[in-house]
Design a protein around this ligand. Structure first.
Ligand code: PMP
Length: 352
């Protein structure tokens, strides 16, 4: 039995839990997917020649479950993650995992690890679904044998208690994070940026690490084609509130991941706060000249205010975080069951 974490000091880091889900599929068989099963949280056997080991032929997801004050457990929009999991798989020529099975498996991962779901207000239970091409194969070619693995971990805030490589404690502070603008795409133009593919993240670690050592919380990528338009940080979508009140976020294209939080923020801003939200290219010049408030969205990041960006060695500060706060509070209310859920986004995990 793995020990429980200290509920009062949760950070965004791994706590090994009790059970994980595994399922295997072969797109040359019918049905493609075998029934999944639960095994102890432990190392999983893998061929050294499995395609994902050499070539990164794999995808992942991230979604959260939240315990409510009255003891229920709510998953947030698991259907959206299930659909994106399918799209990401198809992008890499892998068999899509059925949406219903994905949702049921995520629910069961929560149920089987119930003692690891943090008390309300202490954190959330992060569910991490993975799909890998496990077929042993030497050459670069599509695969037909896959595994789906789903595990979970209790987590706290993404920036909570984070000490960066420069020894600075920080990030996610009241005033917001500091981002270094990179004149470099997160992903290639015409590449896999709209899939949650392993390969999109490997190179990002070193890029972000370099700037974290210099005191930044993360990087903000411009697009790879024009090197002019704001795209994403290393793991979140980006929104700007202009001085005229209009909210702008980059449109979904080959370099933007269709964030579940992004979609939720757009809907909450439009329908609950009455804001105008435009999905259109957002240049770095417009961000600097017309921006009043900058914020990032993601399952792990939640709705995170940006205090400052540094572009070509000049710092630009965003003094407001009004809209970010309102949006974060609205979304948190829905996720924790404290507020009504007019969109039907929460999905209760029945435990009795
Ligand atoms: N962009 C990237 C590159 C990400 O990795 C993530 C995290 N999944 C997001 C955006 C935000 O997506 P979501 O809101 O679905 O977590």
């Amino acid at each position: 039995m793995h020990p429980l974490p200290d509920w009062d000091n949760l950070t965004f880091s791994l706590t090994e839990t009790d059970w994980l889900y595994r399922a295997f599929g072969d797109s040359e068989k019918s049905p493609v997917w075998e029934a999944g099963r639960f095994v102890r949280f432990e190392d999983i056997p893998v061929s050294p020649a499995a395609s994902f080991v050499s070539y990164g032929l794999g995808i992942f997801e991230g979604l959260k479950a939240q315990k409510t004050a009255d003891g229920r457990i709510l998953l947030f929009r698991p259907d959206k993650n299930a659909e994106r999991f399918q799209k990401s798989a198809e992008y890499l020529l892998m068999a899509p995992y059925p949406v219903e099975t994905f949702i049921e498996a995520c629910e069961e991962v929560v149920r089987r690890n119930l003692r690891f779901v943090p008390p309300p207000d202490k954190g959330s239970f992060y569910v991490r679904p993975l799909q890998h091409a496990v077929q042993p194969q030497l050459g670069l070619a599509p695969c037909h044998v896959f595994s789906v693995t789903i595990f979970g971990s209790p987590v706290g805030g993404y920036f909570a208690g984070k000490v960066d490589p420069g020894g600075r404690i920080g990030g996610g502070v009241e005033g917001g994070v500091r981002l270094r603008v990179l004149e470099q795409g997160r992903v290639a133009a015409g590449g896999t940026g709209n899939a949650k593919a392993m390969g999109n993240y490997a190179g990002g670690i070193a890029r972000a690490y370099k700037w974290k050592k210099a005191g930044f919380d993360d990087v903000l990528h411009l697009d790879a084609r024009h090197v002019r338009y704001v795209t994403e940080t290393s793991g979140s979508n980006v929104f700007l509130r202009r001085k005229d009140g209009v909210i702008v976020t980059p449109p979904l294209d080959d370099q933007i991941l269709a964030g579940v939080t992004r979609d939720s923020v757009i809907q909450v801003a439009r329908k609950l706060l009455g804001c105008t939200v435009e999905e259109r290219p957002l240049s770095i010049e417009e961000t600097i000249e017309d921006g009043e408030e900058l914020f990032c969205t993601g399952t792990a990041w939640t709705v995170q205010s940006v205090r400052e960006i540094v572009f070509r060695d000049k710092a630009y500060t965003f003094d407001s975080n009004e809209t970010q706060k309102e949006l974060k509070e609205k979304i948190r209310g829905i996720q924790t069951g404290e507020a009504p859920d007019p969109f039907g986004w929460t999905h209760e995990v029945k435990t009795a």
